[in-house]
Ligand binder design. Structure first.
Ligand code: TYM
Length: 328
């Protein structure tokens, strides 16, 4: 059976972009693959986090993973910091990396922009830790959104570099991008990625937003002056993004949506879109509420950490042996 690994940062409440670009796709994969889904808290601390907020976000993310439909009997759901092999292999991957390639990462450049001398070291070490996450589990495929493509390419480079130095230890993983929704854009700027760290709250829909908030954000979403509901990514990026969200939440094709709103303008389209998004998130939010306070959630995470530790320690041992660091 092939193996899937993916991770999400508990650095805020997840957005509709995280859901449509990544999480939604994790669910069907559990039927076919051996899946590891991780709450990457050590990635979250590459920028300062408030301890109480981080603690809550970790639990929220765990509950959301289950609320979207992941079955703990089928997948291994765990918290990165509860599996120390990630940090250990992360260090080895950092030592396998070159400064130049780490400085070229666009996320590093974006996040370090304007920080002068005070760029957190963790931002630079972030992609090697991500490589470690993936390589520890003999991963075949990594389902992620488009913004992670460069990190995946680095992961492949590091795996190949390590293998050529120490022998065929790592499987070289492939990226798995969704056909649509790999890059959901901000509601306020159709050329910018929807992001949970956007200072403009109107730019993103959080997976836990209530129906009123969702409706308001969609009503205020950017469109353009010609009032046609037509998919054209270059000329009409904002409307095309709303159509993509509509399509992914309703299962209707972009052509069907275009035909439905022919000559109707944006008002009717936005009213229906809000409804479609609210109805997509409603069952997830209900399950989330039920799960958040249960001890079952802790049991699932403990069991996940146990299973992940077993697999990760096996790989770490192989790596350390290959490098001459294990006594046995
Ligand atoms: P993170 O936490 O930023 O995002 C989690 C997942 O959501 C996807 N995503 C999007 N997809 C479409 N449109 C968007 N606007 C959008 N925003 C986010 C991301 O591509 C991602 O799949 N570095 C990773 C976490 C990570 C990881 C890993 C992922 C750490 N180790 C190992 C895979 C494998 C990150 O910051 O994702």
């Amino acid at each position: 059976m092939k193996t899937i690994f993916s991770g999400i940062q508990p650095s805020g409440i997840l957005t509709l972009g995280n859901y449509l670009g990544a999480m939604k796709h994790f669910v069907p994969l559990q039927e076919e693959f051996n899946c590891y889904y991780c709450i990457v808290d050590q990635h979250a601390i590459t920028v300062p986090q408030d301890p109480a907020v981080l603690k809550q976000n970790i639990r929220r993310l765990a509950a959301l993973y289950l609320a979207v439909g992941l079955d703990p009997n089928k997948v291994t759901l765990f918290i990165q910091s509860e599996v120390p092999a990630h940090a250990k292999l992360g260090w080895i991957m950092l030592c396998t990396s070159y400064l130049g390639e780490l400085e070229r990462m666009t996320q590093f450049k974006d996040k370090s922009d304007g920080r002068g001398e005070s760029i957190p070291g963790g931002l630079l070490a972030y992609p090697p830790l991500m490589a470690a996450d993936i390589l520890l589990y003999d991963t075949d495929f990594v389902p992620v959104g488009e913004d992670q493509k460069q990190h995946l390419e680095l992961t492949r480079d590091l795996a190949n570099r390590f293998n050529s130095r120490y022998g065929e230890i790592f499987k070289v993983p492939d990226i798995r991008l969704p056909e649509t929704g790999a890059r959901i854009m901000s509601l306020q700027d159709g050329t910018k990625k929807m992001s949970k760290s956007d200072a403009n709250q109107g730019g993103f829909i959080s997976m836990l937003d209530d129906p009123d908030t969702i409706t308001k954000k969609i009503k205020r979403a950017q469109t353009d002056s010609d009032s046609q509901v037509r998919y054209d990514k270059d000329e009409k990026p904002a409307v095309s993004n709303l159509m993509t969200i509509y399509s992914l939440c309703s299962g209707k094709s972009l052509e069907e949506i275009q035909a439905m709103y022919e000559g109707k303008g944006y008002g009717a389209f936005k009213t229906d879109l809000a409804e479609v998004v609210v109805e997509t998130l409603r069952p997830i939010q209900e399950r989330y509420e039920q799960l958040f306070h249960t001890s079952e959630l802790d049991d699932i995470l403990s069991d996940g950490a146990r299973k992940a530790n077993e697999a990760a320690n096996r790989m770490l041992h192989k790596v350390e042996q290959a490098m001459g660091m294990a006594r046995v």
